[in-house]
Write a protein that binds this ligand. Sequence first.
Ligand SMILES: [Fe+2]
Length: 253
Amino acid sequence: MKNIKRREFTTGMLGSLLTLSFVEAICSNNLIAAPVRVATNKWLAEVEEASHAMKTQHCSQADWQNKIAEIFSRVEQKDLLRAIDFDRLSKKLKLVGTHEGVIETTPKRLAGMPEELAFSCFIYGMTKRASIPPHCHRNMTSMHMPIGGTLHGWHFDRISDEKDHVITKPTLDKTLAIGEVTTISDEKDNVHWFQAESEVAYTFNIGVYEVNAADKFTGRQFYLDAAHGEKTDGDKLRVRKLSSQEAYRIYGS
Ligand SMILES: [Fe+2]
């Protein structure tokens, strides 16, 4: 199973109806050698399977969102924090000013997983003075899960675009619990925004870039003044597009 290639990984994934799933195969293989590591990192293989399926058009972005929520509902926080090396990496995050801090984390792959994963993992941190300002993504899906402190999250569906504005519909506005999964995509909840309610707060982030390989743009598309929209058409908001500088000035303090 070592050094398995992408094509073999995919074949295993699609063959899951005929035999045990590829995730199960990987975990069975690793279980013999490292029971603790399998317990902590099985989610890594499952996220890879879901992310690769989405990037190869075998599932929709909304399917990926549902699957990610289901996977992380089964992961123990203490196991996750150990797998992503939270204690060490969070100390390296520079949390100054109004920008969020971010650092990449590379959980150990199980034997049998491809060298290059379909997704990336990051730890974000922010002080009360900072935020992840409201922004939309294009050609990217993203998960944020609070893993420390207290965090408020907002989501918005992106209904339509105008030249300098976007019509949004609020879909989430709440203080998030530790371990509560939030996801956004091109299809559902395209805009998100996070603000620390405690002195410091952290989130675990998964990002899948270039969901559609034909579209070369991927990532944050632009920022939005989501808190100051003009009500329109019932429960919708017409909000102004912002530059990065404007967004951090308005949503940092
Ligand atoms: Fe984002």
